[in-house]
Design a protein around this ligand. Structure first.
Ligand SMILES: Cc1ncc(COP(=O)(O)O)c(C=O)c1O
Length: 426
């Protein structure tokens, strides 16, 4: 049951900002005893007012019929939908300026459910490289068991390389999905979404089917990057990272048009990849401070990156604002993103021994995988997150034994610099 007052994106002639919407949009306190904050709806099932209502809600949930104009689909069973996920879905969609958002039990279940919705045996997935390791395994190994092939392109701004990969993919079968991740992790390489969209248009003419472009927006979105206006069809997230933002939950999301989200939502209900009410509530709480946290991480990251760039023991800092003025990656970064975010890598002078010595000496920055939390984290991608990536591909994408990845948090920047300074003396 939606009340319009809490679904307003504007006041008279004034468009409301996401920072404001994250505090109230999509929740009517009067439907929950006046509680200013939404309660956690710990229930697996919902009562119907009548048998007819039960029938109608099932029809709407299963997509057999649409509800009357202005009415919701009704609540049936928490594997299909529940109030805590619906509030957060509405808020995230408003942030990303998407028509619709669906929450998932993890970033991987968002990506897997989306890919399963749009691929059939014999199809091929065209994808950028590198992808997050779990996504890479899903598209290039797991899906092959279901007769779905994969072809990657290692440069997301080089049109001839991308078109060649598209040709190779179309020669193998119908390309139903283009899966991209931008910026990629750990070296922040960019994929030009507008170029991918043009290539998808050309492929549509050749194979009579336009591939669905799925963009992993985990690293910068929704504050510093929104892929949909650039031509992506679905924006997917590991909400575990910046959106959750406190390293205390696992969740994911997919966003796009109502039309594309409908079949994904139906598959989510069928295979049960929905997010539970407690984690949904926690995401809602995190959304209230999302812009504050990401902006602070962003400004801290610049201070740390500048310190590292000038340090004699550092070979190179892979930080987007440091790209040279004439680099094609820089053109894409400036067109597509409004900030560099706070996850980036640097190469220490030397090799694995020097990298490990530096990591072992850190006192404030914690040694852990994952990223996007309030606390700063560091890891060695070559031996952890990217250890499963074949050595040749790792070398091609530039992840060496000397590479250290940082996820900069919201601590005082001076303390982070002091910690790195003492660790680099090791
Ligand atoms: C860019 C990116 N996408 C997707 C995922 C998978 O997310 P989750 O761990 O929430 O399943 C991760 C996890 O590290 C990631 O970094």
């Amino acid at each position: 049951m939606k009340v319009d007052r809490y679904h307003k994106l504007r006041l008279a002639n004034h468009v409301l900002h996401p920072e404001t919407l994250m505090l109230g949009y999509g929740y009517d306190p009067l439907l929950s005893e006046g509680a200013v904050k939404p309660p956690v709806f710990l229930t697996s099932t919902f009562v119907f007012r009548s048998a007819e209502e039960g029938r109608d809600f099932f029809d709407y949930t299963a997509g057999r019929r649409e509800p009357p104009q202005g009415e919701g689909r009704g609540l049936v069973y928490s594997r299909f939908n529940h109030p805590n996920s619906e509030i957060v879905e509405d808020r995230l969609a408003a942030y990303e300026q998407a028509e619709s958002c669906i929450l998932f039990s993890s970033g991987m279940s968002a990506i897997a459910t989306t890919i399963l919705t749009f691929t059939r045996p014999g199809d091929v997935i065209l994808h950028s490289q590198p992808l997050y390791g779990g996504t890479e395994t899903l598209v290039s190994r797991t899906m092959t068991a279901y007769g779905v092939g994969a072809v990657g392109f290692a440069d997301g701004v080089d049109e001839p390389i991308m078109r060649e990969a598209a040709e190779t993919a179309m020669a193998k079968g119908r390309v139903s999905v283009i899966m991209i991740e931008t910026p990629s992790n750990p070296l922040n390489t960019m994929v030009d979404i507008r170029l991918v969209s043009r290539i998808a248009d050309d492929m549509a003419k050749r194979q009579k089917h336009r591939p669905i472009i799925v963009c992993d927006n985990t690293l910068l979105g929704p504050v510093f990057q929104r892929p949909l206006p650039f031509g992506a069809d679905v924006s997917v997230y590991s909400l575990t990272k910046y959106v959750g933002g406190h390293s205390d939950l696992i969740a994911g999301a997919a966003m796009g048009t109502e039309k594309l989200m409908k079949p994904i939502k139906q598959l989510r209900g069928a295979i049960g990849t929905q997010l539970d009410s407690h984690s949904s509530w926690m995401i809602g709480r995190s959304l209230e401070t999302l812009a504050l946290r990401m902006e602070r991480g962003n400004s801290n990251a610049r201070v740390v990156a500048e310190f590292l760039r000038d340090h004699p023991r550092v070979e190179k800092v892979h930080y987007l604002p440091f790209l040279s003025a004439d680099a094609p990656q820089r053109r894409v970064f400036e067109a597509q993103c409004t900030g560099a975010g706070s996850t980036f890598s640097f190469d220490i002078k030397g090799g694995i021994a020097e990298a490990f010595a530096c990591l072992n000496k850190l006192e404030i920055v914690k040694l852990a995988v994952s990223l996007g939390g309030t606390e700063s984290l560091a890891c060695h991608p070559g031996s952890t997150t990217h250890s499963g990536v074949p050595a040749a591909l790792r070398a091609r994408i530039g992840v060496s034994d000397a590479t250290i990845r940082l996820s900069i948090g919201i601590e005082h920047a001076d303390d982070l610099v002091a910690d790195l300074a003492q660790a680099l003396v090791a």
